[in-house]
Design a protein around this ligand. Structure first.
Ligand SMILES: O=c1ccn([C@@H]2O[C@H](COP(=O)(O)OP(=O)(O)O[C@H]3O[C@@H](CO)[C@H](O)[C@H]3O)[C@@H](O)[C@H]2O)c(=O)[nH]1
Ligand SMILES: [Mn+2]
Length: 365
C-alpha cells in the first residue's frame, strides 16, 4: 500500500459538500441538472449566466444556487469586469472568484452522467474529490498509473523518497460520446464518438504541458485558484475556445514551480452535444497558429524563487506574456494586462486572511 494516502480508495471519499462549489457557465435552461440531482443536490451551485442578462435561466427546483449575469458581474467588479469574457464559456472563471469554498468543480450544461463499462452511473464529483484528496506524483512516473488507487501501488524501482507525492491542485476529467476536438478535427471526423473508457488516473509529469478542457474539471481553489483565469475570449476578442487551454498552460507551469500536482483521466462525463464546427473554426482560427508560438513560450517559462505564491507567480507570468508574446499579436499585450486585472479583482473579492497571507509570503509554519 502506498506510503501515505489521506484517503482509503476502497471507501467513498468524504462528500465535502460544505467545502465545494459547482460552477456552471450557461446560455441555456438547466434541465441537465435533473440527471445529476442524486450527485449534485447537496452542493451549492454558482451559475454564471452568459449573454443577454434579461433572459431568464430556468433552474430545476431543489437546488441551492447563486446566479450571476453580466449586470451582476459589472456591479461586483466595476471596471475590472472587463477581464471577464462575454459570450464565451470563459465567463465561468467569475464563479471561481466569487466562491468561498476550498474546492471547485466546473461542468458544462451539455455534459450528462456517463456509465462505466459495468453500466453503473458515474458519480464524476466523487471521483474528482478522490483525485484531489490523494497526492500526485509529478517527479517520477508510476507505470501502474495512480499508485493511490484501490488495487494499485508504487512499482519496483519507484524511489521511496518520492512516494509521499505532492498535493493535487487539479483534477481533469474526460468525456464519452462527443470528444473535445478542435474544429479542423471535428470537420474531418464529424461522426467520431469516443467510446473508449480508460480506467486510469495519471499525474501529468513535471515539465509537461497539456490541453486542459473546462467541461469536466475540478481544482483546489486555495492551492491554484488565482491562476485559473480563463482569459479574454468571445465578444470583442480575436480568439475563442482557447479559454481553458490558456488557463491550463498557466496553471501547469505554476504547479510545476510550486511543486503541486495535476491529474487527468477518470472521471468521465457524457458530452451530449457537438458545437458547430464552422463557428468553432472561426473562433479557434488564430489560436491554431498562435499556439505554435505560445507552447514554446510556456515550455521556456522560468519563475523566480521569490515567486512563493500563486498570485506572485501569476503576476510574473503576465510580465513574461507581455514581454515575449506581444510580438505575436497585440492581443497578448491586452491579455497580459487582463491577467493583472484578474488578480486585482480576485484580491478585492477575496481579501487575504492572516493565515493565507502567511502562506502567500511562504512564512506559514
Ligand atoms: O457563448 C457561450 C457559449 C456557451 N456557453 C456555455 O459554455 C458551456 C460550453 O458550451 P458548449 O457545450 O456549447 O460548447 P463546447 O464547444 O462543447 O464547449 C467546450 O469547448 C470549450 C470552449 O471553450 C469549453 O471549454 C468546453 O466547454 C455550456 O455550458 C454553455 O452553456 C457560454 O456560457 N457562453
Ligand atoms: Mn459542449
Amino acid at each position: 500500500m502506498a506510503a501515505t494516502t489521506k484517503l482509503d480508495y476502497a471507501k467513498p471519499p468524504p462528500p465535502l459538500k460544505d467545502e465545494l462549489d459547482i460552477v456552471i457557465p450557461t446560455i441555456r435552461n438547466l434541465e441537465f441538472l435533473e440527471m445529476w440531482r442524486p450527485f449534485f443536490e447537496p452542493y451549492h451551485l454558482i451559475i454564471v449566466q452568459d449573454g443577454d442578462p434579461t433572459k431568464t435561466i430556468k433552474v430545476p427546483d431543489g437546488f441551492d444556487y447563486d446566479l450571476y449575469n453580466r449586470n451582476d458581474i459589472k456591479k461586483l467588479l466595476g471596471p475590472r469586469a472587463s477581464c471577464i469574457s462575454f459570450k464565451d464559456s470563459a465567463c465561468r472563471c467569475f464563479g471561481y472568484m466569487v466562491s468561498k469554498k476550498k474546492y471547485i468543480f466546473t461542468i458544462d450544461d451539455d455534459c450528462l452522467v456517463a456509465k462505466d463499462p459495468s453500466g453503473k452511473a458515474i458519480n464524476a464529483l466523487e471521483q474528482h474529490i478522490k483525485n484531489l484528496l490523494c497526492p500526485s506524483t509529478p517527479f517520477f512516473f508510476n507505470t501502474l498509473y495512480d499508485p493511490f488507487a484501490d488495487g494499485a501501488d508504487f512499482v519496483r524501482g519507484y524511489p521511496f523518497s518520492l512516494r509521499d507525492g505532492v498535493p493535487t491542485a487539479v483534477s481533469h476529467g474526460l468525456w464519452l460520446n462527443i470528444p473535445d476536438y478542435d474544429a479542423p478535427t471535428q470537420l474531418v471526423k464529424p461522426l467520431e464518438r469516443n467510446q473508449r473508457y480508460v480506467d486510469a488516473v495519471l499525474t501529468i509529469p513535471k515539465g509537461t504541458l497539456f490541453p486542459m478542457c473546462g467541461m469536466n474539471l475540478a481544482f483546489d481553489r486555495e492551492l491554484i485558484g488565482p491562476a485559473m483565469y480563463f482569459g479574454l475570449m468571445g465578444d470583442g476578442q480575436p480568439i475563442g475556445r482557447y479559454d481553458d487551454m490558456w488557463a491550463g498552460w498557466c496553471i501547469k507551469v505554476i504547479c510545476d514551480h510550486l511543486g503541486l500536482g495535476v491529474k487527468t483521466g477518470l472521471p468521465y462525463i457524457w458530452h451530449s452535444k457537438a458545437s458547430n464546427p464552422f463557428v468553432n473554426l472561426r473562433k479557434e482560427y488564430k489560436g491554431i497558429f498562435w499556439q505554435e508560438e505560445i507552447i514554446p513560450f510556456f515550455q521556456s517559462v522560468s519563475l523566480p524563487k521569490d515567486c512563493t505564491s500563486v498570485q506572485k507567480c501569476y503576476i510574473e507570468l503576465s510580465k513574461q506574456v507581455k514581454e515575449k508574446l506581444s510580438k505575436v499579436d497585440p492581443y497578448f499585450d491586452k491579455l497580459a494586462s487582463a491577467m493583472v486585472t484578474w488578480i486585482e479583482a480576485w484580491e478585492e473579492i477575496n481579501p487575504p486572511t492572516s493565515a493565507s497571507s502567511k502562506l502567500s509570503n511562504g512564512t506559514a509554519k
